[in-house]
Design a protein around this ligand. Structure first.
Ligand SMILES: Nc1nc2c(c(=O)[nH]1)N[C@H]1C(S)=C(S)[C@@H](COP(=O)(O)O)O[C@H]1N2
Ligand SMILES: [Mo]
Length: 419
């Protein structure tokens, strides 16, 4: 005799606050704990590399490097960014952006796995519960804000005229506060769920009380998230490498994926045309102005080429996470120009201005340790040829281990001294 269908004992769910409303059999404490563990490791990497990235700008040196007023206590950790190893920023920022992209499916899956909890009633049961919910607001709000601003900046930094660093920096601390609180509060539960499968002394609050038939196992769901992350890894890690990896990478820089053949055939951020550099400004009449205690003087490109030339093998590494392999730059040492300007030894920092008149990244301040490094050049040539217009002809800055932003193109003025 066929069994009679079981009569449902749960009330018919009407709103997302009813436990029976959420019916995916995939949700559960263990599923959430696995994703949480991945995020614990991944987000820690994002925080460390992100705070390092901010330090790399020398934001406390001069307002042109960072306009964030009153970093106050939050700037406690800033230090003089070193000039070695020369691939330092290429590594830290490549990791930061790549990890940020790869973690997107994990973050979304984690949020999805705890959705029923967001609607749980009553919204606040006690003071402790209220604090926990507040930390969740910082956590979820902070996470969404940081991922959205970060991803937008990879391609569209024009959306944040001068304010991306400010937004992303303060956002990071809000996110970090929520993240630390959440980690402390949830670690015991996550450990139990991973060890025993269920939180002790109660039902699995994340599991659906009235699940639909399974179409995908929890393991299968995790594999799906992993596959999404892997796909993003394959299509984004290539941004840090030349050739085919970069060509298959999504979110490649605005200069286009293929900068053409020849010695200048490496990634361009903004082209000369894009920032309205006129050929008349970079031709025969171009002069470099150098200022310091010895006075102010002007040098033509021929005069610069007549000075002692040095070679440095250095990459371009952008805040957007892409980078090139080492290029062979040739030009005049910043330290030699500092000597001309009146600092024969132990030169101070330098304030660099481009002849570009509009847009961001026209000016930058470099610290004394950067000027003193023998690999820091006012480059005139690259890979055996004169700089192309897009790479900063007639002259550009190149500094080891520094973010691309500090490698000012189309340089017009160098002012050595206190910044
Ligand atoms: N004058 C000027 N210099 C600049 C920029 C700019 O927009 N204007 N962009 C900077 C940024 S963000 C990067 S990553 C590098 C890119 O150098 P490339 O285009 O030669 O690869 O140049 C830097 N120098
Ligand atoms: Mo950049």
């Amino acid at each position: 005799m066929p069994e009679r269908p079981r009569i449902r004992s749960l009330p018919i769910p009407r709103t997302p606050a009813d436990p029976g409303f959420w019916r995916s059999p995939v949700r559960g404490a263990r599923f959430t704990a696995v994703l949480g563990l991945v995020l614990l490791v991944g987000l820690t990497l994002l925080f460390v590399t992100g705070l390092l990235s901010y330090a790399a700008y020398n934001p406390d040196l001069n307002r042109v490097n960072d306009k964030t007023p009153g970093k106050g206590l939050l700037g406690f950790y800033l230090f003089s960014w070193p000039t070695g190893p020369h691939w330092l920023y290429r590594l830290t920022q490549g990791l930061h952006v790549t990890a940020g992209i790869v973690l997107v499916p994990v973050l979304l899956a984690k949020l999805w796995s705890v959705i029923p909890r967001f609607f749980a009633l009553p919204p606040v049961r006690s003071v402790g519960h209220a604090l926990e919910r507040l930390s969740l607001l910082l956590l979820v709000g902070g996470a969404l804000f940081q991922f959205v601003t970060g991803l937008l900046n990879i391609q569209l930094d024009y959306l944040f005229p001068g304010s991306f660093y400010t937004l992303h920096f303060y956002g990071a601390w809000v996110f970090l506060a929520g993240f630390l609180t959440h980690t402390v509060l949830k670690t015991p539960q996550a450990v139990r769920a991973l060890r025993d499968g269920l939180p002790r002394g109660g039902p699995d609050v994340l599991a659906a009380p009235d699940p639909l038939p399974a179409t995908l196992s929890r393991r299968g769901a995790l594999a799906l998230v992993g596959a999404g992350s892997l796909l993003l890894l394959i299509t984004s890690a290539g941004r840090s490498f030349d050739g085919t990896p970069r060509r298959i990478a999504l979110l490649t820089p605005r200069g286009g994926t293929d900068p053409g053949p020849g010695p200048n055939a490496f990634q361009v951020n903004k082209t000369a045309t894009a920032v309205r550099i006129r050929p008349a400004d970079t031709g025969e009449n171009w002069r470099l102005t150098v200022r310091g205690p010895a006075g102010e003087f002007r040098l033509s490109r021929a005069e610069l080429l007549a000075m002692e030339q040095h070679t440095a093998h250095l990459p371009i590494a952008c805040v957007e996470g892409w980078s090139t392999s080492d290029q062979q730059w040739r030009g005049v040492r910043l330290a030699d120009l500092a000597a001309l300007a009146g600092y024969p030894d132990r030169p101070p920092g330098v304030f660099v201005e481009s002849l570009q008149r509009r847009g961001s990244f026209r000016k930058a301040a470099l610290r004394d340790n950067q000027v003193r490094d023998g690999r820091s050049l006012l480059a005139l040539r690259v890979n055996g040829a004169p700089l192309s217009p897009d790479h900063g002809y007639p002259a550009r800055i190149i500094v080891p281990a520094a973010p691309g932003v500090l490698n000012t193109k189309w340089v017009e003025t160098l002012t050595f001294g206190e910044l």
